[in-house]
Design a protein around this ligand. Structure first.
Ligand code: PLP
Length: 461
């Protein structure tokens, strides 16, 4: 299996190199050259299997010869061993034909643990084979950073630097990043918003000399291995509700477009998915783009679902690549136009996007009302991101079972949840002392050279 860049100018890579590299050297994102197909009989055979076995069968065709079958099974087992639920990704029912897929039982209480824990295991295993050392640099709106730090803390061949927007992540998210004591963990609060943090990380990857000097590796949602790990729970949940004999639909609270892109891949592999619904908060570039054909940035408006406060959805480039007939030159032009504000999606591409995705937007008031209503109606406590999904899903309920992805545990956003429903959700027992641990972080300006100097100095030598 080879991976190619969405901008058509970087060399194609195998799975392991694509994982280690993150962003392609031409600024593009890696995608598989072709999508492995899974037959209805193979999907039916996933029924009743433990999550880890589903994970192996779904991901294995994408891996090439990076690991032996036995090694890969071992990495999957270790990745999910620390989850607080035996089913890993359990389904609960929210209403008639509406289900929640609980993706928040990992160590940092958000769905990002599914991918990050596995990447941590895979990178460690690959580095142990080659004897190399890498520097992970990532930008986060809150959940990616804590998940990355949790996955890499204490690993001997990795330094992890996480940039988050100062003052714009929740206390729980910040503390999950700033309280680990291992010297290879570096939390950086930058003066700016998430898009600034993400742009500086992109700048570092585009500075090829720096990139080689510190052996940069990325784990942001642009990393193909993250998308791949997220494909698994589309299969496990759909099969629980009768796939492949019955179609299901998904609604996905969306920011960087990584999670829903995994659903798009699941469908491309052959999983019978009816609707794939993009749910955005008031930062609704994707919803506007699908409705108007104009993909245009509009400044981030901070919301109570901060992990979706994103203006430019980096993984959207991957689906644009398909929508434009896998023409890397065309994607390069669009991404150039995006730098100066946006672009018009061509008629053919827009048609393809509308065939693949539905979309909806949820305001701040609607988010709070949904949290309140879900608690009153069925006793479920939703995090604000999940509430955005539940609100948008309501427009798409019908004869096909709807699965809304519950992307974080409500206790990760206690202020917003308490304001909406009057009860403060508690952290699970295993992290009850989070607020007693000392914090360690560096606050830096939104400036590339300063950030690079900090990273050069901070690497554990
Ligand atoms: C990251 C995140 C999202 C958005 O996921 P994307 O893959 O960036 O679209 C939604 N909800 C929560 C809680 C998240 O952490």
């Amino acid at each position: 299996m080879r991976y190619i860049s969405t901008r058509g100018q970087a060399p194609s890579l195998g799975f392991c190199d694509a994982m280690m590299t993150g962003l392609a050297r031409d600024g593009g994102l890696y995608v598989p050259e072709s999508i492995p197909q899974i037959s209805h009989a193979e999907i039916a055979a996933l029924s009743g299997l433990p999550y880890e076995d589903v994970a192996f069968r779904v991901m294995w065709p994408f891996l090439g010869d990076t690991f032996t079958e036995e090694e890969f099974r071992g990495l999957i087992t270790r990745a999910y061993a620390g989850f607080g639920h035996a089913a890993r990704a359990p389904l609960v029912q929210l209403g008639p034909n509406h289900f929640l897929l609980e993706l928040f039982h990992g160590p940092t209480l958000a769905f990002k643990d599914f991918a990050m824990q596995l990447i941590g295991q895979m990178m460690q295993a690959a580095l142990a084979k080659s004897g190399q050392r890498i520097t992970i640099v990532g930008a986060t709106s809150g959940d990616t950073g804590s998940a990355a730090i949790e996955a890499f803390r204490g690993l001997s061949n990795v330094d992890v630097f996480i940039l988050y927007p100062h003052g714009r992540v929740s206390d729980v998210q910040r503390r999950q990043m700033t309280t680990p004591t291992e010297p290879n963990v570096h939390a950086i609060a930058i003066d700016g918003d998430f898009d600034d943090a993400q742009a500086r990380v992109k700048d570092m990857f585009n500075d090829l000399a720096f990139r080689d000097e510190v052996r940069l590796a990325g784990v942001n949602s642009i990393n193909w291995a993250r998308v791949l790990a997220q494909v698994v729970y589309y299969f496990s949940s759909a099969v629980s509700l009768g796939a492949p004999h019955r179609e299901v639909s998904f609604t996905v609270p969306t920011g960087n477009f990584g999670d829903i892109f995994a659903g798009y891949i699941a469908r491309a592999m052959g999983l019978p998915i009816r609707d794939l619904v993009i749910a955005t908060n008031q930062n609704d570039i994707l919803d506007r783009a699908l409705k108007t054909g104009d993909y245009r940035t509009d400044g981030v408006k901070p919301s109570i679902s901060p992990s979706m406060d994103i203006q430019v959805s980096s993984n959207f480039e991957r689906v644009l690549f398909d929508a434009y007939g896998r023409d890397g030159a065309a994607v390069s032009v669009l991404m150039g136009e995006l730098k100066s504000g946006g672009f018009k999606i061509s008629q053919g591409a827009l048609q393809m996007l509308r065939d693949e995705f539905a979309s909806g937007r949820c305001s701040e008031d609607e988010t709070r009302a949904t949290i309140k209503a879900a608690f009153a109606g069925c006793g479920e406590v939703l995090c604000p991101h999940t509430a955005v999904g539940v609100w948008v899903a309501a427009d798409h309920l019908g004869a096909t079972p709807m699965i809304t992805l519950a992307t974080a545990h409500p206790a990760k956003f206690p202020d917003a949840v308490e304001a909406a429903m009057g009860i403060r959700p508690n952290l699970p027992e295993r992290m009850a002392d989070l607020f007693d641990r000392p914090e360690r972080l560096t606050r830096l300006p939104n400036d590339l050279a300063t950030l690079q100097a900090h990273i050069r100095e901070g690497i554990v030598h």
